[in-house]
Ligand binder design. Structure first.
Ligand code: SF4
Ligand code: SF4
Length: 388
């Protein structure tokens, strides 16, 4: 057996370059793959405008350079323009991640004047039927109009579509729609299995054949379309044998502030047991980033166990995702089970094999759509399970 490699804790991490401001969990859509926590309805006390303005100033002073306004649907907040204007004034590069609901000509102009640099518009599919089914709302036509507004206001056109078993066979149509709408960038992000997508994993996980076909089509489209559009295709983690360096390293680049002010190293980290994450109502951003237990627990590699501890790749991926380790291995300090060196890797393989079996019936189960009532019910169940 190899001798353990020396551990190198990150003694002085760099600044939180990327601030993700999740300004609200409210959202008029009900996506079955929503990345908000399943119990989002329990965290409904939103930061006030003044709190967000202070967070922006503190984050900028701590070295943040990019600010993403996300949610929920960030346009549900009437003060979004005020927050964007302050972020712009402070020198952030600003990005709005939106479903498009709430973006009319008046607000688009106000956001333009506030200095918003970039909008990412999400679609669920290239057809009205599937888009509206997956979001459980009639939003397809509205999204087409919003795409026009984005062009009209001179923003770069960046589209995002979450890909899964139900729409992966239509990637070519989605790409063609993006080109027609004048998109310069298209992110085809295969669903990752957290939160609501984990509840619906049986129905959403594509088969290997679907994934391989989609990858081939995306490559053909890249050839056919050349410079007209840049297409990113993000494969589901479950189909990999090595994990990603989650969030580019825990507490190394990303700082997420949730609607109620909880500061997290990634937007799903609140699920992890035994960690008390700080709140921006009680602590300033610099102290949170450099001094809180929540941000230092999994920084560097001093916390690792084997197989990661003695692995030559630990610098590359930092052991993968802590949330995935907790969800699939029951231990947040374990190797991400996506890694084929993890003793829990078979759990990932099983899910993929099941989804790839032509006789698989799980995909036909009804989807669980995100909504506040469901969130309260599921949150109460989760809590009573955690309390024993
Ligand atoms: S994934 Fe869908 S439901 Fe969730 S916040 Fe985004 S638009 Fe709303
Ligand atoms: S054992 Fe750990 S560090 Fe090594 S490749 Fe797997 S997840 Fe990464």
């Amino acid at each position: 057996m190899n001798a353990p490699l020396p551990v190198t804790p990150v003694a002085s991490p760099g600044p939180p370059l990327w601030l993700l401001a999740e300004v609200t969990y409210r959202c008029p859509l009900h996506c079955a793959f929503c990345y908000n926590p399943v119990d989002f309805a329990r965290h409904d006390s939103e930061l006030a405008t003044e709190d967000w303005l202070r967070v922006l100033r503190e984050a900028r002073a701590a070295g943040s350079v990019q600010c993403g306004f996300s949610g929920g649907e960030p346009l549900m907040r009437d003060d979004l323009e005020i927050l964007v204007a302050e972020a712009h004034r402070l020198g952030f590069y600003t990005n709005l991640l939106t479903s498009g609901v709430g973006l009319d000509a008046r607000r688009a102009q106000a956001l333009r004047e506030a200095g918003l640099d970039h909008i990412q518009l999400s679609f669920q599919d290239s057809t009205r039927e599937l888009n509206d089914f997956l979001s459980h709302t009639r939003t397809f036509d509205l999204k087409q109009r919003v795409a026009g507004l984005i062009k009209h206001n001179g923003w770069p056109m960046v589209m995002n579509c979450v890909i899964h078993r139900l729409n992966i066979d239509y990637v070519e149509n989605i790409i063609d729609m993006a080109v027609e709408l004048g998109a310069e960038y298209l992110e085809l992000a295969n669903s990752q299995y957290y939160s609501w997508a984990l509840l619906n994993r049986d129905q959403l996980m594509p088969s290997r054949a679907q994934l391989e076909r989609a990858e081939r089509i995306v490559n053909e489209c890249r050839q056919r379309l050349g410079d007209r559009i840049r297409i990113f295709f993000v494969v589901p983690d479950y189909y990999e044998t090595r994990p990603k360096k989650c969030m580019n390293g825990w507490g190394e680049v990303f700082l997420t502030v949730t609607p109620d002010g909880t500061a997290l190293p990634c937007h799903t980290a609140r699920m992890l047991p035994g960690l008390d994450f700080p709140n921006v109502r009680d602590m300033d951003v610099k102290s949170i980033w450099y001094g809180s237990e929540g941000f230092s627990r999994y920084r560097g590699d001093a916390w690792m166990k084997d197989p990661c501890r003695s692995c030559p790749d630990k610098e590359k991926d930092r052991g993968g995702c802590r949330c995935q380790a907790w969800m699939l291995a029951g231990d947040p300090a374990a190797a991400d089970p996506v890694c084929d060196k993890s003793p829990h890797h078979s759990k990932v393989v099983q899910v993929v094999e099941r989804a790839s079996d032509p006789g698989w019936k799980g995909g036909a189960k009804p989807l669980i759509f995100r909504d506040p009532r469901r969130s309260r019910e599921l949150g109460a169940l989760e809590k009573s399970a955690a309390d024993g």
